[in-house]
Structure formats: C-alpha cells, structure tokens
Write a protein that binds this ligand. Structure first.
Ligand code: GLU
Length: 479
C-alpha cells in the first residue's frame, strides 16, 4: 500500500477517561506499520472537547503506552517539528483554517439557535425524513448574515457538503466505501465557543503534520466521508485510509468495561507483562503467519503487512491473554522474576501506603500475608461470603453495585476523602441501611468482615482493582 509519500502515521486519542486497551491496539498497528516502512509515528492528543477532557488522562495515556513498550517520534511529551501536539494549544490554527473555508465558500456561518434547530429536526422527523439541518443559513451570503444578526452574534461554522452525488473513499482493507451525499448533514466544524469539532481539527492536523496513512478504528468510518470532503475543500491530498476492526468481548459485542477490563491501568495492576499484552494485541485480527501466535514487537515489525489484517471482529479474551502471559512468565530469568514480584507486587511505595492501615490488625509479621491477602490478590473468592444482606435480594444488590461502579468510574481523584464523600452520598441516595451498605461494599472489596477502614483500603487498593472487584462480584455467581 503506497500513497507515494513518506510514511507517517499517528494515534490521536481523546483524553476523556481511562487509557483504553483499544488505544494500545491501534497504536501498536500504527507503530508496526511506521517501523516496517521506515516511517515515523506521532502521538497527538485530541482534547478539543473541553467538557470531557481530563488533565490526568493525558498523563495516563502517555504512561500506559510507554508501559506496554511503544514509543513515538513526535508527541506532547517529547515535542517535534510539527507541534504543538495537543489540540487545545492549536486553536488559532483551526480558526485560521476555518476562515479559509468560509472565504472560499466551502463553509458558512450558521446563526440558527437551539430552538430553531429543534423545530427543524422535529418537523423532519414528522415528515419521515432524517433529522438534519435544513441549510437555512447556507442560503445567505456572509455579508447578508452580518447585517441581519450583527457581527457579535453567536454562531457556529458548518461545512457546505455536496448536495448530491456520491462520496467515495478507498479503505485499504475494505475497498471503496460509498455514501450518498444527501445522507450527510452540513457538519459543524467550529463550535460557538470557537473550538473546532473533531472533524476540522483532525483533518487540519493530519495534513499539517504530514500524515500519510490514517490507521484508526472502524468506528470512525462514518466520519471519513466528511473528512474526504474537508480535504477536497482545502485542496489537499487525502491520506490513505485504514479502518481496523474493533476489539470484541467474547460474546462478540464491542469491547466494553462491563464485560472486560478495558483500562490499560488494570492490566498493569493485575500483573500482566507488557510484552505479553502487546503480543496478544498483535494477534487481534492479524496473523503473523506460520501459525505463530507468540512473537516479539521486533518480530512483528519485521514481518508486518497491514494487508494481513482480517476484518472478522477479533475477540479479546482475558483467559487467552492470561495463557499467553503465563508463557511469558515462564520465560523470565531469575532476576527478572524477583524484580517483577518485588517491584510490582510488593513495591516499597505500596507497602508504605499499607503500613498505617495494616498495623492495627497485626501482632507479628508472620500475620502480614494472611491478614492482608486481599491487598495482593486479584479476583476474590466469595464462597462462604454473604454478599446479600438480610432483607435484601440478589437483584437489589446487583442493581446497587452496578450503579455504584458507574459512579466509581467517574471518580478520578481516588483518595480517601473523595471516596468517603462518594460512598456516603451514594448510600443516602440508594437508601440502604448504612450498616448493610458499608458491610456489603467491604465484603465485595476485601472478601472479609475484619478488614481495615474501608475508604483507606479502597484508596490503597487503587481505582483499577477496586472497580474490577465490584464488577467481578456482580458476575461472580455469589450474589
Ligand atoms: N480523537 C479520536 C479518538 O479519540 C481520533 C480518531 C482518529 O484517529 O481519527 O480516537
């Protein structure tokens, strides 16, 4: 696959939550493609959605990608000739490019307010049509609109999409993908707060950063026709497009945290070896050939051919990954084995954190492991543990825990006072008796009644392990 340009690829994660295993997967294929073709690989942070962006998330993405063993040639942490690599620092560039499109008539200002847009959509729905914008503002010149609304009026900028015909782009794995122009709305490219939408920022950056191949997840296929129109509007050469198949849960649904841990932090916390995780991701939809499943990153790069990606939704199976990880564990030398246990399981930082919590319950050091096993375990065994309190039934307990884990997913500052605040207000909200509520949570998180103070315990266990245990308890068969 050649676009006649120097190979340069990128991943462009949005820092809106936990670093996702899917990000590492797409990063791996971009990396392998770049290295195979002597090209370069860029990390760009797409944080234009200010409402959803989280400062801590960018650092987590960088750390976890480094942890799996991937490196990039340009990025927010190391700089490069095409920076800045954080979209929130590129606002002027987007505004300038948006203005270029307005000047050439390829985009237009739209002053319709939310009320009008709702009415338009409602009417379209009633008429059995797609609820799209009726292009009202496209019918006026910019001067006419200035006069009508005044220069300070709130507005967005929309891309003037073709009104008819077919938009076609070529996906390197799927062949031509066509969509009728009339199916597509006049996409907003600049929001009323002056920030670009994903589409504008993504295309402008890919062009300015000289990206030759866009290798991204299948879920972006529906955006690509809009991107193609943007490339044409600017008069730029479009990159080659590759949409990778999505990772799936074992039931073939799109990978989701309800069914599979998806945060890379979980895999680190659970003691997977990064080489094993990367190897496993390399088998997702791609075959090394020679029936080989176990290979290193260098071997993958040497043998890489993106055309060998198959499109039948790769299943991310934790048991299979565990099997692969075990193989890698067996290959560790003595020093590496000791180093891993010492640095990951009994790290000084972790032990220091545990000291004030565990001392209360110990008279001799020999009790340390026995009384504190849950600080070192993964999934707990709940046999013999009564997770359903008297007067409650399993359905209620599961419902409460499912809601709780959603709240915990949103808690990024994982510290005792925040955990205390969250749990207390959640207990009041679900109207459980405090005793029943806190004992159930304690049992879910530690598997035992006689564990140290709950909030401190949850802080020490960490966000990943705590949330994993709540999810795991729900499906453990013991509720
Ligand atoms: N910001 C998008 C994401 O979160 C980037 C998609 C793309 O690669 O174009 O994945």
């Amino acid at each position: 696959m050649s676009s006649g340009r120097k190979v340069k690829v990128r991943i462009a994660p949005s820092p809106t939550g936990d670093p996702h295993v899917g990000t590492a997967y797409i990063a791996l294929f971009n990396y392998a493609f770049a290295k195979k073709h002597g090209g370069s690989f860029v990390l760009r942070i797409e944080d234009t959605d200010q409402a959803r962006a989280k400062a801590s998330s960018e650092a987590q993405i960088v750390d976890s990608l480094k942890w799996v063993g991937l490196t990039w040639d340009e990025g927010p942490d190391i700089g490069g000739d095409f920076g800045p690599y954080r979209q929130s620092e590129r606002s002027d560039i987007y505004r300038k490019h948006c203005q270029m499109l307005i000047d050439s008539g390829k985009a237009y200002r739209c002053y319709c307010d939310a009320e009008r847009l709702d009415l338009v959509r409602k009417k379209k729905r009633e008429d059995g049509l797609k609820p799209m914008y009726d292009r009202y503002c496209r019918g006026f010149t910019e001067e006419e609109k200035q006069e009508k609304y005044g220069s300070a009026a709130r507005h967005v900028v929309r891309l003037a999409m073709p009104l008819d015909g077919v938009i076609t782009f070529h996906d390197e794995l799927r062949g031509p993908i066509c969509i009728e122009a009339k199916e597509l709305d006049d996409q907003v490219i600049l929001k009323s707060d002056g920030f670009p939408t994903y589409h504008l920022a993504n295309v402008v950056d890919d062009h300015l950063m000289e990206i030759s191949h866009v290798i991204r997840a299948e879920e972006w296929i529906s955006s690509t026709p809009k991107h193609k129109v943007l490339y044409e509007a600017f008069g730029w050469q479009e990159p080659a497009w590759v949409h990778m198949p999505l990772l799936r849960n074992t039931d073939k649904s799109k990978i989701s945290k309800r069914k599979n841990p998806v945060s890379l932090d979980y895999y680190k916390r659970a003691g997977f070896l990064p080489e094993a995780l990367l190897n496993y991701l390399g088998t997702m939809g791609w075959s090394f050939g020679e029936d080989r499943e176990v290979f290193s990153l260098t071997e993958m790069v040497d043998n890489f051919d993106i055309q060998r990606v198959s499109l039948g939704g790769p299943v991310f199976d934790l048991d299979k990954l565990t099997w692969m990880n075990q193989g890698y564990m067996h290959k560790l030398g003595d020093d590496a084995f000791v180093g891993f246990v010492r640095d990951q399981i009994f790290s000084p930082a972790y032990l220091r954190k545990l000291k004030p919590i565990v001392l209360e319950r110990m008279g001799r050091f020999e009790e340390f492991v026995d009384k504190n096993d849950f600080f070192f375990n993964g999934a707990l065994d709940y046999s013999g543990v009564k997770l359903v309190p008297k007067g409650r039934d399993a359905v209620e307990v599961k419902k409460m825990l499912k809601l709780l884990v959603e709240r915990l997913d949103d808690l990024y500052l994982w510290e005792t006072p925040n955990l205390e605040g969250l749990l207390k207000s959640f207990q009041a909200e679900v109207e459980w008796k405090p005793r029943d509520f806190f004992m159930t949570i304690r049992l879910v998180v530690t598997g035992r009644k006689d564990s140290p103070p709950l909030y401190e315990t949850m802080e020490a266990l960490g966000r990943e392990m705590t949330r994993f245990r709540v999810r795991n308890a729900i499906k453990s068969g013991h509720i």
